[in-house]
Design a protein around this ligand. Sequence first.
Ligand code: TLP
Length: 341
Amino acid sequence: MIDLRSDTVTKPTLAMRQAMFDAEVGDDVYGEDPTVNRLEARAAEIVDKEAALFVPSGTMGNTIGIKLLTEHGQEVIADSRVHIVDWELAMTAWFSGVQVRTVETTDGILKWEQIRGLIKPVSFNAAPTGAIAIENTHNLGGGRVYPQAVIDEICDGAHERGVPVHMDGARVFNAAAASGNTVKRIAEKVDTITFCLSKGLGAPMGSIIAGSRKHMDRARLLRKRLGGGMRQAGVLAAAGLIALEQGPAELPRDHENARFIATELAQMEGVTPFPVETNIVVFDVSATGRAPRDIAASLRERGVVISAFSDRLMRAVTHRDVTREQCATAMGELRDILRRN
Ligand code: TLP
């Protein structure tokens, strides 16, 4: 199988498996797992926040992030295709009791201009704005990277109005690799940030949420409430530490492979890839006259897995477990399928 469904499919490396075997562990609910404590300290250092917390998934990280920054009955402003809206089972409503004020964008990148007029104070008529959520890189926008100036402008403007900002940085290391900015700089002005160890960085599972010490103390309680008290989680944190140290250097190769895929796609009749900046290639196949779901099914019969995302869009994601040759093979199969229309 050539699996281009997502970078979540990466398998732990030998070094990770060895570190998991060797990991020193304790009960993390008591704060006594030395490997988890090391991972959290290292993660906090990388994003330059007071504290960080190891959580089982990006979804839990975002759920906790929104809960920390808002109160029931408030509103969160976000682009209309963010993961917290499209893929997190309405956890913003379910757990935090907030509604999301979605904003249409062309590429998932919100601008302060679009946000400014939507910020609302407490009143008798409208839900006040609790927080702003931005996704970097933006998954459904095609792995788009927030320009640093845009993040800064959003954070400065929001903070001036007393509104905090959460960054869903599930793939923030991809954003760093593509932009040349450090993760520390990208995260500098946001109040809370979530990032995933289990995507392009290659860990078998786990994410981080980071922010102020006060927020992270509360995040620890919220994680427990959500069933995320993980006990001897050092076996997982050990892989996470390796992902943090060794993962980022490998991302530029994934980005090159994604550009290769986009170049191949652009040459296929009726296929239009979104601009590629990182490891995600979203492409529109509507002009082929074929349904994404049918194309995906034909590809799977030939050993290639690419996701159908809507009635027009498909998504291919590159990662450490697919080589350039496999990307070429996948594109060859797709070309052949489309020719046989
Ligand atoms: N995204 C997954 C699917 O859920 C779509 C993927 O294959 O891309 N934020 C962003 C931007 C994400 O892309 C994801 C996962 C998450 C959060 C949630 O992470 P997990 O899966 O660990 O809960």
